[in-house]
Ligand binder design. Structure first.
Ligand code: ATP
Ligand code: FE2
Length: 327
């Protein structure tokens, strides 16, 4: 069976094609970026409208397939920005309806987790999901993916992007902050905000902005200290979830997980606990269509041809989804 998956929750329009054996045949994407400032939802929607045909065509070309070779279509149903989600949903329904292919809607956060499981062959991991809008420590318990810890305010990527925007860097800010952090040598004290299993970033953001505006610190040192502080918070909560659930595998997911320092800190923590650590390649960490296609394969039993009933779920939570594909 071959599934074509469409991703469009936020800034990325992606189309991935995968076989039921987990072979990725294509993973095309187009990212909405800015030189300065963040994402405006209606601009992201316009971006997706302009590139949707090109991205789907290039995925089919990369896979050397025609639409008639596709057995199943999946799309990101949520959570995400409603205007962006509708572009992906409409493209997926159009392709499915025109070619009489069953379709299935996917939870984006769970797709981040399952592609990590596929690639790592982990059986029952804790997932540290660090993306723009989402920051969650997730594990499978009693029939659902449960959130053991999460951000109480903004997502870690949005926090990093907000600081990047404050210092004049465009979107996405994460990779630029990572580069600057490599040049930082002095740790500048920042609030460390872990409340039980949850984390919070807004106070740290205010503190960082004030420090930057005071001109008393080197930008590189602030970027370095930002990473050391918030990544330590994430690693602490992930470790506590592993200890609590007795799980011995950690899988990273989400765009922020591309950060080499975060990966290194997770690796050290897992090494010390005798646990296995896995970070998928960057193209599968960031928003992408291949993970949506793989999740489509996992949920193929719930696919249907009731095209008009396909909606988007901008606020769907990871623990809203009933999971019937795990052992
Ligand atoms: P979600 O809908 O799952 O919340 P998202 O739409 O925010 O995801 P992702 O592609 O998963 O999208 O993540 C994008 C985020 O990842 C941006 O905030 C970006 O700055 C951040 N990012 C990308 N690369 C790095 C990096 N090397 N270091 C830190 N952050 C990074
Ligand atoms: Fe994502």
């Amino acid at each position: 069976m071959i599934c074509l998956g469409i991703e469009s929750t936020a800034h990325t329009f992606g189309c991935g094609i995968i076989s039921s054996k987990g072979k990725i045949l294509a993973n095309a994407r187009k990212l909405f970026t800015t030189e300065q400032g963040g994402i405006n939802p209606s601009e992201a929607k316009e971006h997706h409208e302009s590139f949707k045909e090109e991205v789907v065509d290039s995925a089919l070309k990369e896979a050397k397939l025609n639409v008639s070779d596709i057995d199943l279509i999946s799309f990101s149903q949520g959570p995400g920005l409603a205007p962006s989600l509708w572009v992906g949903r409409n493209k997926a329904v159009e392709l499915a309806e025109q070619n009489d292919i069953p379709i299935v809607g996917i939870n984006h956060c769970i797709a981040h987790l399952e592609i990590g499981k596929l690639k790592s062959k982990a059986r029952d991991p804790v997932l540290l999901y660090c993306s723009g809008a989402n920051t969650q420590v997730i594990a499978f318990e009693s029939g659902k993916y449960r959130i053991f810890g999460e951000t109480l305010d903004q997502g870690i990527g949005n926090f990093i992007d907000s600081f990047a925007r404050h210092i004049g860097l465009g979107f996405p800010g994460g990779p630029k902050i990572e580069k600057l952090a490599l040049k930082g040598k002095n740790y500048v004290g920042l609030p460390y905000v872990v409340k039980g299993m949850d984390v919070s970033f807004s106070g740290i953001l205010t503190n960082l902005k004030r420090k930057y505006d005071s001109r008393s610190y080197k930008t590189e040192d602030l970027c370095y200290s930002l990473q050391e502080t918030v990544f330590a918070m994430m690693v602490e909560t992930a470790e506590r979830a592993m200890a609590h659930c007795g799980k011995k595998e950690l899988v990273l997911g989400g765009g922020v997980a591309c950060n080499k320092r975060l990966q290194e800190m997770c690796k050290i923590m897992c090494g010390e606990r005798g646990a296995k650590f896995f970070a998928p390649e960057n193209s599968l960490l960031v928003d992408n269509g291949a993970m949506i296609a793989w999740q489509g394969i996992l949920q193929r039993k719930t696919a249907s041809k009731n095209y008009s009933e396909m909606h988007v779920h901008p606020y769907e939570r990871t623990d809203d989804v009933s999971v019937d594909w795990c052992e």
